[in-house]
Design a protein around this ligand. Structure first.
Ligand SMILES: [Zn+2]
Length: 88
C-alpha cells in the first residue's frame, strides 16, 4: 500500500513496489517535466498519473491506482515471467 502523507508535498516518496529497495521519488506539481499528479480518495489512497517507470535498476513500470500497484506488461520487473504472448 502506497501512502502519500500530504498531497501538497512536492515529492511523493515510497519504496519501489518490486522490493528492489529503491526509493522512488516523484516530483509533484513541479514546473519541470516529467511530473506526476496525485489524487487522494477518502480512504487516503493515492492514485498517481501518469504511470511510473524506473529508468534504471529494476526497470519497473506500473500504475498506482487507489493505493494499489498495477503492473504494466513491459515492466522490467515481475511481469516478465507472466508474459504469455511474444512481443514483436
Ligand atoms: Zn524496483
Amino acid at each position: 500500500m502506497i501512502v502519500v502523507r500530504d498531497p501538497k508535498d512536492k515529492w511523493a516518496c515510497f519504496p519501489c513496489p518490486c522490493r528492489c529497495g529503491e526509493i522512488v521519488k516523484l516530483p509533484l506539481g513541479h514546473a519541470r517535466r516529467p511530473r506526476w499528479s496525485v489524487a487522494i480518495d477518502k480512504l487516503n489512497r493515492p492514485t498517481i498519473s501518469p504511470s511510473i517507470r524506473q529508468t534504471s535498476g529494476c526497470l519497473s513500470h506500473y500504475w498506482i491506482r487507489r493505493g494499489r500497484i498495477e503492473w504494466c506488461k513491459d515492466s522490467g520487473g515481475r511481469e516478465k515471467e507472466q508474459r504469455s504472448t511474444p512481443t514483436a
